[in-house]
Design a protein around this ligand. Structure first.
Ligand code: 5AD
Length: 353
């Protein structure tokens, strides 16, 4: 191992911070250097959360989207995407099925779909909280006006996921059409936090045109914003998007970033993402070993699974929910961890709001 990598990782653990050059070396670390970084990421995770892994039941309730992000298979220009939208009852049924399987967090994720109204979101959140009172409800439905976020919160939603995608404005404009801006994205994130949600941000690793400097910008944003949750996964091309011919992001770099983020934000809730599991068979187990502590199995009804294709080859488009939970428990145990069936709230609540 390069002596300076050990020094850098140890300094990151002690200070929760490093100058840009140090971060660059860790982001790009390889072989035994990377192994040391990830092992320390795993240790920091264990010191806060023990060996627990939290499960979140993911309900992908609509794949309609008014946005046209260049990387995403659900973009409105993708005519090959077969669109669907669950009814409120179907969403509630998925949540209840998840509850019966033991889940205490349900994540409602969807495209920015004007056809599933904000009132319907409010109503379905209320119903889930009535039927499953000790369940946390997480929303992941994109950019909305502040009054809508407030209405979701008042209905009982606890958490909100909204990746910034990239914290560099120049890079943002290479991934999105001109009507979308980083400024608006960040305004939404700060608004969500102000309202009182536990908030998740995040980015893709190896997105087209991304430089290591852009990734450092994401880490700096993360330090400043102090999210409660953080979604980091490799970019994976989708065949019906303008980015179809770009290579997938590096699994190795993604694992380094999970470890770095864990060390910088020890209490953050950090999933080993489905994209990581799609890019590598061992991806999610390796993610847990590097410091991740959340897995998000799919609870969407089987017939719509194969239609929520953010990228090619997405995992779990076939399995039944119950089946995938059993498989997931086995995978988690094979990484020396266990499933904690609690809500899995942010460990630093109170100090980091
Ligand atoms: N590869 C990897 N992740 C993607 N996402 C969207 N498209 C892709 C892709 N092609 C991620 C985005 C979004 C999340 C729901 O999925 O970061 O925020």
């Amino acid at each position: 191992m390069k002596e300076n990598i050990k020094t850098l990782v140890d300094a990151l653990v002690a200070e929760r911070n490093l100058p840009d050059e140090g971060l660059r070396a860790l982001i790009e670390a390889e072989s035994e250097d990377a192994a040391y970084l990830r092992a320390r990421g795993g240790e920091v995770c264990e010191s806060v959360y023990g060996k627990a892994v939290y499960l979140r039941g993911l309900v992908e309730f609509t794949n309609y989207c008014k946005n046209d992000c260049f990387y995403c298979g659900l973009r409105r220009s993708n005519r090959e995407c077969e669109r669907y939208r669950l009814t409120e009852e179907e969403v509630l049924d998925c949540a209840i099925r998840g509850y019966e399987l033991g889940f205490r967090t349900v994540v409602l994720q969807g495209g920015e779909d004007g056809g599933f109204s904000d009132e319907s979101v409010v109503s379905v959140v209320r119903k889930i909280k009535e039927s499953c009172p000790d369940t946390a409800v997480t929303l992941s439905i994109g950019e909305r006006d502040a009054d809508k976020y407030q209405a979701f919160f008042d209905a009982g939603a606890d958490r909100y996921l909204l990746r910034e995608e990239t914290a560099s404005p120049e890079h943002y404009s290479k991934l999105h059409p001109p009507e979308l801006s980083l400024e608006r994205r960040l305004d939404c994130l700060y608004e969500l936090k102000r309202i009182g949600f536990q908030v998740g941000c995040g980015f893709m690793v190896g997105a087209p045109y991304q430089t290591t400097g852009d990734i450092i910008a994401d880490l700096r944003f993360m330090q400043k914003f102090k999210p409660h949750m953080l979604g980091i996964g490799p970019f994976i091309p989708h065949k019906s998007t303008p980015f179809r011919d770009f290579p997938a992001g590096s699994v190795e770099m993604t694992l380094n970033l999970l470890a770095i983020s864990r060390i910088m934000l020890p209490e953050v809730l950090l999933p080993a993402t489905t994209a990581l599991g799609t890019a590598s068979d061992r991806g999610r187990e390796d993610g847990l070993l590097a410091g991740a502590n959340v897995i998000m199995p799919n609870l969407s009804p089987a017939p719509v699974r194969s239609k929520y294709l953010l990228y090619d080859g997405k995992l779990c488009t076939g399995d039944e929910a119950a089946e995938s939970v059993r498989l997931m428990e086995r995978r988690i145990e094979s990484a020396g961890r266990y499933v904690d069936w609690g809500r899995g709230d942010f460990a630093g609540m109170g100090e980091n709001k």
